[in-house]
Design a protein around this ligand. Sequence first.
Ligand SMILES: [Cu+2]
Length: 470
Amino acid sequence: MRPRTQHYNRSLLLLALAGLTQLTYCTKEVQEATSNEIIASAARPGGGGEGSVTRYPLFIPTAVSGTSLTLTAAPGTHNLGNASTNVWEYNGSVPGPTIVANKGDNVSINYNNQLPEPSIIHWHGMLVDHQNDGQPMQVVPAGGTYSYTFPIINRAALNWYHPHPHMTIGKQVYNGLAGAFIIRDAEEGALNLPSGKYEVPLVFRDITLDKKGQPVYNPTGGGYFGKTPLVNGTRDPYLAVDKAVYRFRVLIGSTSRVFNLALSNGAPFTLIGNDGGLLPQSSTHTAIEVCPGERLDLLVDFRNVPTSSKIMLKDLASGWDLLEFRVTETSVAYSGPLTTASSITALSNPVLTRTFSFDGMGKINGLPYDMDAISFEVPFDQTEKWVFKTNGNGPHPVHVHGASFQVINRTGGRGQLFAWEKGWKDVVLVNDAETVEVLIRFDAYRGDYVMHCHKLEHEDNGMMLNFRVK
Ligand SMILES: [Cu+2]
């Protein structure tokens, strides 16, 4: 069914080419300076200085129920703010519609692949069985369909959905295929957090546009770094905010880029949750570094900000202006919490340790992805320690399907764990020279799952493996 030999030969070729280009492209800056691309906006995208940038209303994807849904992936055009751009969309939207479901719901989603090539949807962060996980071996051809049916057993969290074909995931996500998947539960509901227009999904990514405003995607093995930031598919966006407390559901949907989020007025974010929902304890931060696949649940208090103020949400890593908040004169009372806590049982006493080396730009433990190989077996309901090491070409955002994990240690590199890495995680950033340890236990489903680098160009190069929970 699958052109396996062709895949591996192409994999080897890509790796060889990647090895050659690695010598040339030593830094991110050089990687970004691809000659045939045009920087779409002058100076820093979105950051050309106050008054010199035309800003566009932030797009908020439509919220839909996941209990009975059809998702169609198809080519289309999307208005980034000032130009019509060719994209690939879910249900005519970039990002796709925000799926909302409650813990305990039974989700029924029909996927309709109207792309010109094979694809499949993965529900990133969702605890689902193998058949519903949307793994590379489950791709459907152009014109094909796939029916998903699964119960929502996760706790409340922001998860997301995106394509998961092997060797083309970077291109498909880059073309626009991604959306938020919000789960609600009773614990979260009882908190009375900001809701309705005061709960806003923010999907961050980067893109490069050519002279005609069309996306350019020509990654190297080391990744791809676009020249313009997009928030919810909008370039140079603004959001009118009341003098109110807002809840921002942050998802990093870039293929490679790591963001370092901060507010221009120095005000802190109140961090209440991450990949796996509410954190054990909320905390405040003036900057938060987040990598592809990671999520944040943030409260921002605009109640005491003067009317007509403009506050910029910035990426400190690139210097980009990401999203301008324009404060209105409307004051809104808030009776919900400004701090939160949640009881999370710590995993402990791992019975064995497995070590994974993320090697170069496309291998784990020295091997590229073999779709037909099961690299190891994990006993069901057994707590293990997994150790993630790098062998160059980081950062590697490591993602595991089939279970969330708890990060317990980072040595080398940044040498610490951050508040947003507590609680339940499904992606953890491993920089060069870092070793990160997590505890993990597969207690939801037996079956085959994948682990991979969520730098999608690394994943396409083969930085992925299959394992079996039994
Ligand atoms: Cu990687």
